[in-house]
Design a protein around this ligand. Structure first.
Ligand code: ZN
Length: 489
């Protein structure tokens, strides 16, 4: 997955030879920005620059709040209030989720959407400094940079709103405040409520270690809770009267592990025991397993699911117990849109690479040193458009479901040192300071000027939609959710 950066900025004192490209590229960046001929794109860039301080303070505010999935009450409010201040129509608590909202401006077609996330990860509290130190004991932290993610999309939406107000473009801009990405369920619930159905195109971005237009899919995934119900008895006095639910759970996981030999290489299965009895001298009456199945496509997940059901049934039969299988949640794989990615790519080039100060490079150097990893600087270059790999890397996202309903164009932008471990204190630290904030502003600008293309160019919009229809094929999207699951909300 990782490749060498083609624009490697390293700490000046440690890699003197690599400071030269930085100096050479600087005039080119200024040149590139001044060459933007489209006045609406210029207006978007000016708007993001004008709101720069506000966007930085919003991202920092959400970083400090660091609220986990479905608890993002204040973070959602910060973003929704900002959109409201800018005249957007706000729908709070959409899809029955208190921390979800929609902010919309304009009327008619096209309707361009942009996704925002703002949930943090448990236990990752960290100060915005290049060595490990907890900000608030036991608190969550933004180890995936979602404080930046949610803010950049809104920055782009505000810039487009200003163009609609001035009559330069017409249509609707709609920002989605989507909670609970880390538990891969927020957008699935919004999708189930039909909230993406009328979009022309949806834009998305995610913090990364590279600037690129996303050409890679993600894994479809589903989470199942498998429960076994037996009979308790004294484990030594009358074990023959007992039926162990734990025996069934163990036999089930043995079966799943044997299944690994007979699934496609793209399949991943992982589980934990969530209940396994209390004490050894009681035959366990209840046992349960939480299982994830992933594959490159949702249809692959369903195939493995069918085998899993048979294995659960066999395990229960062997142990003489009853069993239940519940689907907790699931997501589809991401459908790539190459036509859209190419537009993003050209727009990234218009903006030019992100450059870093010696203080920022020093920050990156110290982070990597603290991790005992090689310092490879911060990669602010624009990565050339990749081809789509046959199988996605590990990992799943609820953006996948949106991409089966409307075309999704996805950006990645650098917010952290190159090759720094993700979902870690290093990402929390970078997300709370200027390295992350630069990536956030770069994303806001790229998304904003890409939206200009989508509003101005009907033919392009049609081509993006044509590719979406072709990639989706005949498959019908259906949310992988239980009929009622109040615990998720
Ligand atoms: Zn993330």
């Amino acid at each position: 997955m990782k490749s060498e950066p083609n624009f490697n900025l390293s700490h000046m004192n440690h890699r003197n030879t690599l400071t030269l490209p930085f100096l050479i590229l600087l005039p080119q960046i200024l040149l590139a920005q001044s060459e933007i001929g489209n006045i609406n794109k210029k207006a978007v860039l000016n708007s993001v620059d004008k709101h720069r301080q506000e966007l930085i303070s919003i991202s920092r505010n959400i970083w400090e709040l660091a609220e986990t999935a479905m608890n993002e009450f204040q973070s959602a409010k910060v973003l929704a209030d900002y959109a409201e201040l800018h005249g957007f129509k706000i729908l709070r608590g959409v899809a029955g989720i208190p921390t979800a909202f929609i902010a919309e401006y304009g009327a008619g077609k096209p309707i361009i959407g942009v996704l925002g996330e703002y949930d943090a990860l448990p236990g990752l509290s960290q100060k915005a400094q290049p060595f490990k130190e907890v900000l608030k004991e036991g608190a969550p932290g933004h180890g995936c940079g979602h404080n930046l993610l949610g803010t950049a999309g809104l920055g782009a939406a505000v810039a487009i709103k200003e163009l609609i107000v001035s009559g330069k473009i017409s249509g609707t801009i709609r920002y989605y405040g989507t909670p609970a990405e880390e538990t891969i369920v927020g957008k699935v619930l919004l999708a189930q409520a039909g909230l993406f159905d009328d979009l022309s195109v949806c834009l998305d971005w995610h913090p990364d270690e590279e600037n690129k237009a996303n050409m890679q899919s993600t894994q479809a995934a589903a989470e199942f809770a498998i429960s076994f119900h037996g009979k308790s008895s004294h484990a030594a006095v009358d074990p023959w009267n007992g039926r162990s639910a734990l025996d069934a759970a163990e036999l089930f996981t043995i079966g799943m592990n044997f299944l690994r030999e007979h699934v496609k290489p793209s399949v991943r299965m992982h589980y934990v025991f969530t209940k396994a009895g209390d004490v050894p001298n009681v035959v366990p009456q209840e046992a349960s397993v939480l299982l994830w199945i992933r594959d490159a496509k949702q249809s692959g997940v369903l195939e493995v699911m069918d085998r899993m059901k048979e294995i659960a049934s066999g395990a229960a039969l062997m142990a003489g117990v009853d069993y239940e299988i519940a689907l907790n949640k699931g997501v589809y794989e991401l459908l790539v849109n190459e036509t859209g990615a190419k537009v993003l790519q050209e727009n990234m080039k218009l903006i030019g690479p992100i450059t870093y100060s010696s203080e920022e490079l020093d920050f990156a150097y110290k982070v990597m040193k603290a991790y005992e990893m090689e310092d490879k600087g911060i990669n602010g270059a624009i990565k050339p458009l990749e081809s789509t790999a046959p199988y996605p890397d590990g990992g799943s996202t609820d953006v996948g479901d949106v991409s089966h309903i409307v075309p999704v164009i996805a950006l990645r932008a650098t917010i952290a040192p190159f090759e720094a471990p993700w979902h870690s204190w290093a990402i929390v630290a970078s997300s709370g300071m200027s390295i992350g904030q630069k990536g956030m502003l770069f994303a806001a600008k790229t998304l904003g000027i890409t939206m200009v293309d989508l509003f101005e160019n009907k033919k392009l919009l049609q081509e993006i939609q044509n590719e979406f229809i072709k990639r989706k094929g005949k498959e019908e999207w259906k949310a992988m959710l239980p009929d009622s699951q109040p615990a998720l909300r």
